[in-house]
Design a protein around this ligand. Structure first.
Ligand SMILES: [Zn+2]
Length: 416
């Protein structure tokens, strides 16, 4: 079976120009003694906003791997696919993030719920799990409620999984099941029930992406209770280890954290838990590499800075339209967005500082950063004017990309 490595890290490369700069960060963390497999991810939504084809992600990744002589594992993630969107990813992906969030909460048939409960009496009562201090106490009606809420989503996952393996062969793909894009988080006891149901459905998943408590806005810090997150993360690790044993799921099954990028405060929590338990992790980021491109262009001055300013001005004028698809994962205070004229008076360095995510930097502006993060289709509209400037300023842009991934993400997450 194609096996997902213990540590993997998902990066987005919206315009397919930074795979090499991204891969350099993985080489740097390897020299620190930590092997992390790169996973290039791009969702159907991003492809349609940009007008790109999934094959381009594979091609850019493969070229980078060749050019830098990368010998480790690497993968291309068909990100958040569903039955109706997976086919165009089939030939050029080996990692499939099966998104079943839309089916969560659609009530399952009573007899299916009953059948699940009679198959799984072990889930009812007091359940002690190694690594969790207080046993779960679960009643029959708790299980009924959870199964009723998640069973159709699990069945969906089974259907999509079978569609993928029919085309590709089970041994050639890595399957992840994602439930993060929904309203309510899944608690550790719920995760256990979901994993039992996925095992029943014979989904050989190697990663699961639950929704955690707290807010995971795109490109900015976590908003939530760190103590609660630490407990939930640690309990999820214990639940996964238990489910692997109990239900015969793949032994390398691990948590996938769809971070939305830049959840710096969570990195030490996850690192500590992984060191304590020996667990693996997939951490998916959200295409913030494109912001590093913009930061590089702003710093380059000249035409690069000019285009970056134009993109901001356009984004500001179309803020409703650009933010609408991301309403649940951004928090922008419009009063804190400078006018286009004010922004044009900034130097390239000031503009870069406003975008670059260094919390506590006096010029950092989380609102400008979030708005620009969701404005990548404005750059896509600029077409070759944008990508030619990336090429022209490649050195400075690539440096932002590598430094961001290595210094702000990989070191704190994997090295400490
Ligand atoms: Zn996600």
């Amino acid at each position: 079976m194609l096996k997902l490595e213990r540590f993997s890290f998902g990066v987005g490369d919206r315009f397919a120009h930074q795979a090499k700069a991204q891969l350099r960060a993985f080489q740097m963390v390897a020299t620190d003694g930590i092997d992390v497999a790169p996973v290039w991810n791009k969702s159907n939504r991003e492809h349609s906003f940009i007008g790109s084809e999934p094959q381009s992600v594979f091609d850019a990744a493969q070229a980078a791997v060749k050019e830098l002589g990368w010998n480790g594992g690497w993968h291309v993630d068909a990100d958040h696919i569903r039955l109706e969107t997976v086919d165009r990813f089939m030939a050029c992906s080996d990692f499939f993030t099966i998104d079943v969030a839309d089916s969560i909460g659609k009530p399952a048939m009573t007899e299916d719920v009953r059948a699940f409960i009679s198959r799984h009496p072990e889930l009812i009562g007091t359940l002690s799990i190694v690594g969790i201090s207080v046993p779960f106490i679960t009643t029959r009606s708790d299980v009924e409620r959870v199964v009723s809420k998640y069973l159709l989503a699990v069945r969906d996952a089974g259907q999509i999984y079978r569609h993928i393996i029919a085309a590709r062969g089970a041994e050639n793909i890595i399957a992840e099941v994602s439930m993060d894009e929904t309203d309510a988080p899944q608690t550790p006891p719920e995760l256990l029930i979901i994993l039992a149901a996925l095992a029943d459905e014979k989904v050989r998943l190697q990663a699961i992406a639950p929704k955690f408590t707290g807010r995971f806005n795109k490109g900015v810090e976590y908003v939530g209770d760190l103590v609660q997150f630490a407990k939930e993360f640690s309990d999820d690790l214990a639940v996964i280890a238990h489910a692997v044993q109990q239900y015969g799921l793949p032994s390398n099954l691990k948590l996938s954290v769809h971070s939305g990028s830049d959840k710096f405060s969570l990195y030490p929590i996850m690192r500590t838990a992984m060191a304590r338990t020996g667990a693996g992790l997939h951490l998916k980021t959200a295409g913030t590499t494109w912001l590093e491109e913009l930061i590089g262009l702003a710093e380059s001055g000249g035409d690069g800075l000019e285009l970056a300013r134009e993109i901001y001005a356009y984004a500001l004028a179309h803020v409703d339209e650009l933010c609408a698809p991301y309403a649940s994962v951004i928090d922008i205070d419009r009063a804190k967005l400078p006018s286009a004229a004010t922004l044009s008076s900034w130097t390239g360095q000031q503009f870069a500082n406003a975008m670059r995510h260094i919390p506590g930097h006096p010029e950092f502006n989380a609102h400008v950063r979030q708005l620009l993060h969701v404005s990548f289709k404005v750059a896509a509209k600029a077409g070759t004017r944008y990508t030619d400037l990336l090429k022209l300023n490649d050195t400075i842009v690539a440096r932002q990309v590598t430094e961001n991934i290595y210094e702000r993400h990989m070191r704190p997450l994997f090295v400490g």
